[in-house]
Design a protein around this ligand. Structure first.
Ligand code: 5GP
Length: 189
């Protein structure tokens, strides 16, 4: 998506990792017009996939997931990163390795929110090595539901996650795919 690529070029900062910091429009301050457009585009791409539910991970995925949910008129569930007092009863849970923090954490969804007949669209802000998506797929598997695909805002195409998950048959639609980012700048696929 041209508008997303332009914002990445004008406001993105490259940190060691490599991590692309997009705090001015996606990860800290949020541009609602842009994010609603991202959601609308994800909705358009998956409009014929029979999506009944969207699943993301707190917290950065929530805004985009909400926008996609508004476009597709389906509920949005976010996996919680810790089992808090307001998560109760039967749960699905798994471990995810965090790319940005380099630690493992537990993600939890109450089982009442994903049913075996759900067709689940995964949504996240970034795709790097694919660990966040793998965790979400595991939660959907535990529920006996079906994953119909993943809608991603920014895929770092030079990392392995996208290729590995597509090889496993996952339909991934990324709105901006970065081929290269370094001291010379950022190029898109
Ligand atoms: P993965 O699990 O695919 O390795 O990484 C995806 C997750 O890590 C996303 O949920 C995102 O929050 C975070 N992430 C990975 N790479 C980046 C990055 O370059 N910038 C930001 N802001 N987050 C990233």
């Amino acid at each position: 998506m041209k508008a997303l690529e332009e914002r990445i070029l004008s406001e993105g900062k490259i940190l060691p990792g490599p991590v692309l910091k997009v705090s001015s429009f996606l990860n800290h301050q949020i541009d609602p017009d842009l994010v609603m457009d991202l959601g609308a585009e994800i909705g358009r791409l998956f409009k014929d996939a029979g999506v009944t539910k969207i699943l993301t991970i707190e917290s950065s995925g929530i805004a985009i997931a909400l926008a996609a949910g508004a476009a597709l008129h389906v509920p949005v569930v976010f996996a919680k990163k810790h089992r808090t007092s307001n998560v109760s009863g039967a749960v699905y849970q798994t471990q995810v390795h965090s790319y940005t923090h380099n630690t493992d954490y537990t993600v939890v969804v109450e089982s009442q929110f994903i049913k075996p007949d759900d067709k689940v669209l995964l949504v996240d802000d970034f795709l790097a090595n694919g660990k966040a998506l793998e965790g979400l797929i595991e939660l959907v598997d535990q529920a006996g539901a079906k994953v119909v695909g993943a809608g991603i805002a920014i895929e770092k195409g030079f990392q392995d996650g996208g290729a590995a998950l597509r090889e496993r048959g996952l339909r991934i639609e990324s709105l901006a795919v970065i081929d290269r980012m370094d001291e010379n700048g950022i190029t898109f696929r």
